[in-house]
Design a protein around this ligand. Structure first.
Ligand code: F7E
Length: 328
């Protein structure tokens, strides 16, 4: 019989992509899903996995629903990908961010220690933990001090430290993947790369004329979700529990992303981008470039998709979507 995995946050971009990877590897995959009022869209990303992934209504702030899953399934591997994941929104709902990204992770860990402490558990940590810190060589790595600049970043540092503490105190296989930005056709539409890809296609098709953006001068290290969930799985198969940075080791400004995306549809971004203050953050993280030497050398991971491949994947998705007018 294949291994059993539980994914908290299975309906997000990475939840969907990891579910696919694990199903392809013969895992029995169980995912927790939050209920919201549009029943037709709550599991949109999982539609073509239906029947294969088993979903359960629950919430990481509801300990009872976590206990029920871990007690009954007794998984071999637990992945926590649940989060309030939008940095700007975290400024608007800081309390909810802490409830979900800190207390929710404590709930999962407490339940894990009670019902399946011999199995393995993964935490989706983030490059937002680094905030303003950059090494002298221009990179962030596993030893870079964490100096977050948003409620989201602060919440992720808390969960990251919980996992390190549990690993030492309880000798558990509890690990962090410190993932830099990553996208795919499944990326949420309010993250900048996907927002630009969708708008560029809509402008090309004459549906709208402009896109409103904020800070074009921040830099991000952007990979592909398929490469990054592969890294998660490799981190979980390692013979010792450890933390790893996952990144492409390249960085691009938001301006470059806009320039490339619009170029892919034959347009000039300068003719269509409008700067709107509403898209700026109270405090910005200006520069991310991850040094992923450790995972490359220890586990042999390396990205298969380039930055250009990932932007093209999103552009092609929206071209296909609006050409066929189909809902994915
Ligand atoms: O912003 C700038 C914005 O919201 C990227 C999450 O997956 O990666 C992601 O967090 C940059 C920022 O992602 C707009 O100010 C300009 O500098 O796409 P984003 P993020 O904040 O980097 C990390 C690793 C995570 O863990 C998070 O969960 O783009 N920007 N104009 C804009 N950003 C947005 N969203 N919208 C704009 O109009």
């Amino acid at each position: 019989m294949g291994k059993k995995a539980v994914i908290f946050g299975c309906t997000g971009q990475d939840g969907r992509t990891l579910s696919q990877l694990l199903l392809d590897k013969g895992y029995d995959v169980h995912g927790m899903m939050r209920r919201h009022s549009f029943s037709s869209t709550q599991d949109t990303r999982l539609k073509d996995l239906n029947g294969e992934i088993k979903t359960y209504y629950g919430d990481v702030t509801d300990r009872f629903t976590i206990d029920k899953m871990l007690r009954e399934i007794k998984p071999d591997e637990v992945y926590n990908l649940s989060a309030l994941s939008h940095v700007k929104v975290s400024f608007d709902v800081p309390n909810f961010t802490m409830q979900t990204n800190c207390i929710g992770v404590f709930n999962i860990m407490d339940s894990f220690l009670e019902y399946c402490p011999e199995s393995k558990i993964y935490q989706a940590s983030s490059s937002e933990c680094f905030g303003l810190s950059v090494n002298d060589n221009g990179f962030q790595d596993e030893l870079t001090p964490m100096n977050p600049v948003s409620p989201y970043g602060i919440s992720k540092v808390c969960a990251y430290n919980l996992f390190r503490h549990v690993r030492r105190a309880f000798k558990c296989f509890a690990v962090n993947g410190i993932l830099f930005n990553h996208a795919s056709k499944w990326r949420g539409e309010n993250f900048v790369e996907q927002k630009i890809a969708k708008a560029a296609v809509q402008i090309k098709m004459g549906m709208i004329k402009t896109i409103d953006l904020g800070n074009l001068d921040s830099f991000r290290d952007i990979g592909n979700s398929r490469d990054y969930v592969r890294a998660m799985h490799m981190i979980m198969q390692h013979n010792v529990p450890d933390d790893f940075v996952v990144s492409t080791m390249e960085t691009h400004s938001i301006r470059e992303i806009a320039e490339l995306t619009f170029k892919m549809v034959g347009l000039n971004y300068e003719d269509h981008v409008v700067i709107d203050q509403k898209n700026f953050r109270k405090e910005e993280l200006p520069y991310l470039k991850g040094d992923s030497t450790k995972i490359r050398e220890t586990l042999g991971w390396k990205p298969e998709f380039t930055f250009e491949d990932t932007i093209k994947e999103m552009v092609d998705h929206w071209l296909d979507y609006y050409t066929k007018q189909k809902y994915f």
